[in-house]
Structure formats: C-alpha cells, structure tokens
Design a protein around this ligand. Structure first.
Ligand code: ZN
Length: 454
C-alpha cells in the first residue's frame, strides 16, 4: 500500500493528529437533539463524547454522565450533526468578481493565505465536512494544516482541477485539465487520482464517451465522479455514463425539467446537489440588506488589505456580471428547485461557496433555507445536509448522524431550527472530530477549558 493511499485512508477515517484533544471527553447536556434521521427531536438530551467519538446519546434520564465530566450547557439550544457541504471552493472568499480576485491574489500566489480564511469561515458556520470541487493541488497542503490541527477547518474531500473540453479563461491553468478525447479523459483521470484527487469533477463540453471514460477510470480506482450540469442533454449523458453525483441541476434558468428525467433520477436515487441559493437567494438578500456584505464575522479572519479589496469589489454589486441573469434565474430556478424536491430526489446540500457574495460564513444555512422555501421541511433539509451528505461521500458509517460510535462532528445552535431554519445562522459551538471551537459570544468556563474560541 502506498503512503499516499494510507494517508488518504487516515483522512477519510477522520483520525486527526490531535483527535485526543479531549481524551477524558465531555457531555453536551440539556439541548434539543436533532439526530439527522428526520425523526422527532429528543428534548433535554445528553450527548457524551470521548476522544473523537460519540459514545452515547439520548434523553438525559437514559444517558449516564461519568462524574467529573466537563459539561457543555446546551439548554435553549439545538444539537445537530456537523453540516456537510457537498460543493465548496476553498480558494474563494466571496469576492464580487473572479477576474479581479485572481489578479488581486496573484493567480495562485496567495491561495495559501485565502484558503485558511475560507476554512475558518466554514467552521464558524458549522460546516465540519466539505467537498471542494475545483482547486489547484495547493489545497492539499492546506488540508494537511487542518488535519494536524494547526488551523481550524472542515474535513476536506477534494477534486483538485476539473476536467473539461472548454477552457475557462480568467482562472489560472492549474485549476483545469483540458481534454480532447475519451482516451485523454481516462488518462487525465488516472493522473489526477495519482496526484491527490479524492473525487473527480467534470466541467463543460464533455461528450457521453468522454464521461464514460472518466467514470470507468475513476471507478476502477474507487473514486466518484461529480459533474457540473444544467441542461437536459448533458444530464442524460451523465446519467448514461454512470456519473455519481449531479451537481448544480435545477439552479439556473432552465425551462422546467421533463418528468421522466426527474422520475429516473429519483427512482435510481442518483445523488443531486442543487446549489440553488448562490444567486437566486443571495442576490435579493443583499438588495434587502447590503449590510450583510460588511460584518465583523466576515472581517475577523482576513488581513486588512483583503477585507478592503472585498469591500471595494462590492461597491456596485448590482452591476456585477455574476448576477446579470439573476431576474431570469429567479423566475425559472424557483420552479426547477421545487421539481427535484417534489420528485423526492435523493438530495445532499451544496453551496458553491464562496462564489460572489456567497460567503462561507453563511452559505450553508442560506442553501438550507432556500431548500425549505422550495418545499423541504426543516427536518428534511437538515437530514440532506447531514445524513444524506455523509452517504453521498461514502462516509455514512462514520458521519452524518448523532449516535454512539460515530465521529464527534456536532454543532450547537442557538434556537430551534425546526421552527425556523434560518436560526442555523446562530452556530454557538462547532465540534469536529471531538475538537471544540466556539463563538466567543457563547463562552462559558467549560467551553474555555475544553475548546478554542474563533
Ligand atoms: Zn462550483
């Protein structure tokens, strides 16, 4: 077994170097437990954690807390599995314009400074696991810094550069692999996996045969393929080729999707990640409250020059090219989003954060809120972002629900998101792998003793 494979397995098992940060463990007591199963919540619950694992959970009268165990008081709060974002971009921090952003950071020169900002933003939002779909392999070094506990961030599954027939101008070459034939597609897929891709992302212009070649190569290595898709013929090609996850479908000004296609996707339980909020909900939210572009939470983790550049890019956000089609998208995507939900498609949650104005600090709750606006119940949206998300990345045995034996990825939220999903904006504590991080607003002696403030 190669060293790379071993380190990948260690990563996917979620065993981090400082997993034994709280070897004696701690108990989360008195909160309302939403376990990820789309089941009624457990009131006055206890979750017992030791090392990086959950060892018990349930109603307070059923779970014994050993004497001397540090207690995190969760009364008045909700306790949920850590959130799983199935579509992020760790290189981005919400800048208004991609070309200007890459100029500002010198291509890939300052990526090692931007990625930790994004990673910390995600932890603030309660995202404990994320799939990065399109970064240069610079991301591997940042992932290692997160894994060893040097910097806070989610557990990362990465695609590395995407595979495409159409070159995207404006991003550095190390973001993309351009292919011209199925043979080349297969060879590049193997190369990417050899270099460090955990999943493969396909982008634009691939033929059905290209996709078949990518899928065959990836599957021969036990790797899944995520495809960037909007149009019906592209979706049909991807499904015929055996692509594993349909990304973006239902999120851009497409006419309503045909029922037989929706039915096939739902019946075959082909995972769908819509990414609906990033334009359609984010833009109106910004018009309603431009103050969301300038918050202390956003500023806290970035250098002064980065924050100033971000603010400059937002000056005339109505004119940003990213949002030029938003009125059409709002009209059509609201229909598309609902179609997949009504068909009961097998859906995880992804945000495309941090595309313009779509900050990692809030992308996940906005996406979940958009799913609720489009017909999901809050409980279903939470399950999509936890249990189903874990299943889609083949980590359902380790992550996604709160129960004994699973990794201790837990968030504590101030309020009841089953009543109002937007309350997921108030993440007080984010626990990943038993490591405790908290918003200083919610500091207690116990949190100070066992955790770290953001
Ligand atoms: Zn994306």
């Amino acid at each position: 077994m190669t060293r790379m494979l071993i380190s990948f397995m260690i990563l996917t098992l979620g065993i981090s170097a400082n997993a034994q940060e709280n070897p004696e463990g701690f108990a989360i007591v008195g909160g309302m437990l939403i376990d990820g199963y789309e089941a009624p919540p457990v009131h006055n619950a206890v979750v017992l954690v030791r090392g990086n694992r959950i060892v018990a959970s349930g109603p307070a009268h059923e779970v014994q807390v050993p004497e001397g165990t540090p207690i995190i008081d969760a009364r008045g709060k909700s306790v949920l599995p850590g959130l799983i974002d199935l579509h992020i971009h760790l290189d981005l921090i919400g800048h208004g314009d991609y070309d200007e952003y890459y100029n500002f950071i010198g291509g890939t020169e300052r990526l090692d400074e931007m990625m930790p900002i994004a990673a910390k933003h995600m932890m603030r939002a309660g995202v404990t696991t994320a799939v990065d779909l399109g970064s240069p392999f610079d991301i591997l070094a940042v992932r290692e810094r997160i894994r060893t506990g040097e910097i806070p961030g989610p557990r990362l599954i990465v695609s590395g550069p995407w595979i495409t027939r159409i070159k995207l101008d404006g991003v550095p070459d190390s973001y993309q692999v351009v292919i011209n034939s199925p043979e080349e597609a297969a060879a590049k897929t193997h190369e990417l996996i050899d270099t460090g891709s955990d999943v493969i992302k396909t982008w634009l212009g691939l033929t059905r045969d290209d996709l078949k070649a990518v899928v065959a190569a990836a599957h021969s290595r036990g790797v899944k393929v995520h495809s960037h898709l909007y149009k019906v013929p592209a979706m049909e090609d991807a499904i015929a080729a055996g692509v594993d996850v349909l990304q973006h479908v239902g999120s851009a000004k497409m006419p309503p999707y045909p029922q037989p296609l929706l039915r096939k996707i739902a019946e075959d339980r082909i995972p769908v990640v819509q990414t609906i909020a990033h334009r359609i909900w984010v833009y109106p939210a910004t018009e309603a409250n431009p103050g969301r572009l300038n918050t202390p939470e956003l500023e806290a983790d970035m250098g002064a020059d980065v924050f100033a550049e971000l603010q400059r890019s937002f000056k005339n956000f109505r004119a940003l090219s990213y949002f030029s089609d938003t009125p059409d998208e709002i009209r059509l995507s609201k229909i598309n989003a609902r179609q997949f939900i009504d068909a009961n498609a097998y859906m995880g949650v992804g945000t495309d954060a941090a595309s313009p104005l779509n900050f990692h600090t809030e992308a996940i709750w906005r996406e979940m809120s958009a799913l609720v606006d489009s017909g999901m119940t809050p409980a279903r949206a939470i399950t999509a972002a936890t249990k189903t998300g874990a299943e889609i990345i083949d980590m359902g045995k380790e992550l996604g629900t709160i129960q004994a034996g699973k990794l201790a990825d837990i968030i504590i939220v101030d309020g009841n998101p089953l009543r109002d999903i937007n309350l997921l904006d108030y993440v007080a504590v984010t626990i990943k792998n038993g490591e405790v991080w908290y918003d200083p607003k919610y500091e207690t002696n116990a949190l100070k003793a066992i955790g770290r403030a953001f």
